[in-house]
Design a protein around this ligand. Sequence first.
Ligand SMILES: Cc1cc2nc3c(=O)[nH]c(=O)nc-3n(C[C@H](O)[C@H](O)[C@H](O)COP(=O)(O)OP(=O)(O)OC[C@H]3O[C@@H](n4cnc5c(N)ncnc54)[C@H](O)[C@@H]3O)c2cc1C
Length: 395
Amino acid sequence: MSNPLDPRQQTDPRDFLALDSLIDDDERAIQQTVRRYVQDRVLPDIADWYDEGVFPRDLAKEMGSLGLLGMHLDGYGCAGTNAVSYGLACLELEAGDSGFRSFVSVQGSLAMFPIHAFGSEEQKQEWLPRMAAGEAIGCFGLTEPDSGSDPGSMRTWARKDGTDWVLNGTKMWITNGPIADVAIVWARTDEGVRGFVVPTDTPGFTTNTVHKKASLRASVTGELVLEDVRLPDSAVLPGVTGLRGPLSCLNEARFGILFGAVGAGRACYEAALDYSLSREQFGRPIAGFQLVQRKLVEMMISVNRSTLVALHLGRLKDRGQLSPAQVSFGKMDNVRQALEVAREARNSLGANGITLEYPVIRHMNNLESVYTYEGTNEIHTLTLGQAITGLAAFR
Ligand SMILES: Cc1cc2nc3c(=O)[nH]c(=O)nc-3n(C[C@H](O)[C@H](O)[C@H](O)COP(=O)(O)OP(=O)(O)OC[C@H]3O[C@@H](n4cnc5c(N)ncnc54)[C@H](O)[C@@H]3O)c2cc1C
């Protein structure tokens, strides 16, 4: 018997502001497809993959066949969806694990996007169809051991030798690096920073895996070592010179992150809600205590607010009106919101909150990486500070 006075009948605790009404049928179909995929193929094993520190490479082809790789790019085997659909796919993947969203972000936005936007027709034909299918894996080498937030200080150097280029340097913290077939490597040249499409079997190119990570464990992170890597002139990305190249890729990837973080936050909120309703202490469900309800309400509001931000920024992107500073707003705020939700959810689960039997501490640890990569919280604060004052405070 329905009770019209029951407030839970007027609102869905899992979609409180009815934000599902803001997306169309095509977008919803993509979101539901990815959600089902995550439920069927990621969630059953993710705790083990995380525990063992492995990314199941076989799943790349499955994600390719779902159209998730280079999803918002056109042609060359890519799905060509709108930005909101791409964002919703990232949201659902990260509700599974940030490692899976990271894989898709790196493949699509950091490795395929620069080839698509700045590559020669030959580079596009050679790499994009295989990367869209998940048959070839890409990585993006910008960060170096001594050059993180300030990529302009990079030391990796490419010098011209006849018609060839010779690259030397080290890239650090590179997602997918040790499993990649192709690396987009950014290097200084006499002409400014240039991007190079480097097949990872090129002599002089080696990788080392970063071990003992306590975050993003279901994602491979590594070091790229380039020792006299000789490449033909056709390996350079012809369409861009300067830091604008890598920064425009990061802008694309950050867009996926600002949606993805919502998924991680949502998963933590829902885990805390379910747990609080079933866990009893002092003779009743802990969800009945005021202090617990306050936490749940704060989490719920945070997830809804960050979803709204993501959808709004997605609509701006689809209209071609999204600025890099607005992407910084979304990346910075949605990730810190998700991290706060994860920490509150972890607390709500008590001792169970520290085990991988529940998703929360995995998300919480993952989000520490997401908080740092693709521009730290501080760097996005400075970007926003510059955007509203006109004054740069980076150095
Ligand atoms: C799991 C993981 C995966 C990654 N994947 C990739 C990848 O695929 N490709 C890639 O190129 N990189 C990747 N990165 C690297 C990532 O982008 C960098 O870690 C990030 O840019 C920060 O650089 P850093 O770690 O050197 O920190 P630093 O730049 O040394 O910063 C350290 C601290 O100082 C602060 N800081 C720095 N400058 C300022 C300033 N001007 N004002 C105030 N505070 C400041 C920072 O905010 C931070 O808190 C990855 C990192 C991680 C953890």
